[in-house]
Write a protein that binds this ligand. Structure first.
Ligand code: GLU
Length: 454
């Protein structure tokens, strides 16, 4: 699917005013996947034009969160380093009559809106600033009224595009206010710098949430005004919480929360790639098949439902597939591939492997079920007689079955308790060779002693 003549360039453009949350992680993911699918480039654009609200610690956390997820950008740009470019494009658009100064105060604009709404009309800016005479403008400026700046929409034809998710879109520019692109203090609003950057960085596909659909209509006119080709757009439906409503909690769920909960990054990728699409959620350690199968045509228009419990399940299913090499640096000292293979099917999170390593190495709490004392003494004797080189668990239980006449739970459970101190856990056939003969004999002896009745 690679098209070298038209390399795909996508971008993820967070504002560093907070941590990434599950909604923008999903946006980042889809942008990254599209670039990877088509052999293109993925750009991280830090939208830090707002000096007051942007914080360096959030820039760092955005980078760290993307790194944890494995979404490595091919390029990073910061809007705060690009003001000269914005100024140049702005000047050209002012010269071309596509950006104009407006002098209304916030209160005046608010009043205009209220009047229109009161008459049942849409609160569209009336372009009064365009009708000022040169003398009126000069008078305002001599009163030291500093203008803010609006982009003049072209009302001549509808704004149309074929959205990769939503299909054909159409907006009537006459129903939209000329957007303010720059404040009176010279600071930039989001809209124009974003379009300038998308044009300048050669972005071919903008993937973002559907809350940006009307911005896209405005930005398409900005691309046209700059004589730049417009990128393709994919506006994904928003996320909702598991309860089906737009949930505040989603805004607080991010990489820290996932990591603390023992969630694997591959689970976040597996789930967020597919929720809200007609493709099934598949727990995959390697995202390559997800990338290969990415197709916006499968994205639904209804909100995507994000369920933390589902994420935990997907993560557990990923843990069950993780090879030793992928987790070795997260396992306790000494825990080897055989131990990992033995405990892996029982884990919801990799960190739980340490509990089972503690069970293997001991010490464990001996069980206290008095009625099994004689049976456990019999087990201790049998365990001394069997061959430990092959499959000691089956050798031990076969022998005890014949000697004691027990079967099923009464045969197995006292042994599991004596050998692990627990009622449940990994397959004993895998665990017992790891516990080993010496520890197993000591545990059976201890259990037999503490359970001797009478
Ligand atoms: N900084 C904007 C946001 O976080 C970027 C939107 C876009 O993708 O253009 O909403």
């Amino acid at each position: 699917m690679t098209s070298p003549s038209f390399p795909v360039v996508t971008r993820f453009a967070p504002s560093p005013t907070g941590r990434l949350h599950v909604g923008n992680i999903r946006t980042a993911l889809h942008s990254w996947m599209l670039a990877r699918r088509d052999g293109g480039r993925f750009v991280l654009r830090i939208d830090d034009t707002d000096a007051e609200r942007s914080e360096e610690r959030y820039v760092d956390s955005i980078r760290a969160d993307l790194a944890w997820l494995g979404l490595v950008p091919d390029q990073e740009v910061r809007q705060s380093a690009r003001f000269a470019l914005y100024q140049a494009r702005f000047d050209a658009l002012v010269d071309a009559g596509r950006i104009y100064p407006a002098y209304e105060s916030a209160q005046e604009l608010d009043l205009k809106r209220k009047v229109l709404l009161g008459r049942g009309l849409p609160p569209v800016y009336d372009r009064a600033a365009l009708r000022l005479t040169a003398a009126e403008r000069a008078a305002l400026e001599s009163d030291r009224v500093r203008p803010h700046w609006r982009f003049k929409l072209d009302h001549d034809s509808p704004i149309e595009w074929d959205d990769l998710v939503r299909g054909p879109q159409r907006f009537d520019p006459a129903t939209m206010s000329d957007p303010v692109v720059r404040r009176a203090d010279g600071s930039w609003l989001y809209m124009l710098p974003s379009a300038i950057d998308d044009a300048d960085l050669g972005i071919t596909h903008v993937v973002r949430g559907e809350d940006h659909v009307s911005n896209t209509a405005l930005q398409l006119q900005m691309f046209a005004a700059m004589g730049a080709p417009a990128p393709a757009f994919a506006h994904a439906a928003l996320l909702t919480g598991s309860e089906g409503k737009l949930s505040k909690r989603l805004g607080s769920l991010g990489v820290d929360h996932f990591r603390e909960g023992g969630i694997e990054p591959a689970a976040v990728l597996s789930l967020l790639t597919r929720i809200g699409t007609s493709q099934p959620v598949e727990p995959l350690v390697d995202p390559a098949p997800l990338i290969e199968a990415l197709d916006f045509a499968h994205f639904g228009r209804a909100p995507a439902r994000f369920d933390e419990a589902e994420l935990a399940q997907v993560s557990a299913r990923i843990v069950h597939q993780l090879p030793f090499d992928a987790v070795a640096d997260r396992l306790p000292e000494g825990m080897d591939a055989a131990a990992w293979a033995a405990v892996r099917p029982n884990l919801a999170a990799v960190a739980e492997a340490a509990d089972w390593w503690g069970v293997i190495e001991g010490p464990i709490d001996p069980p206290t079920a008095a009625e099994d004392g004689a049976y456990l003494a019999q087990a201790a004797t049998a365990a001394r007689a069997i061959d430990w080189a092959g499959d000691p668990w089956h050798a031990l239980t076969a022998r005890l079955k014949a000697e004691s006449g027990r079967k099923g739970k009464p045969l197995f459970l006292p042994l599991r308790r004596a050998l692990t101190g627990r009622d449940h856990g990994p397959d004993m056939a895998a665990l017992l060779p790891l516990i080993g003969r010496d520890r197993a004999l000591a545990r059976l002896d201890a259990a037999a002693d503490s359970n001797r009745s009478g």
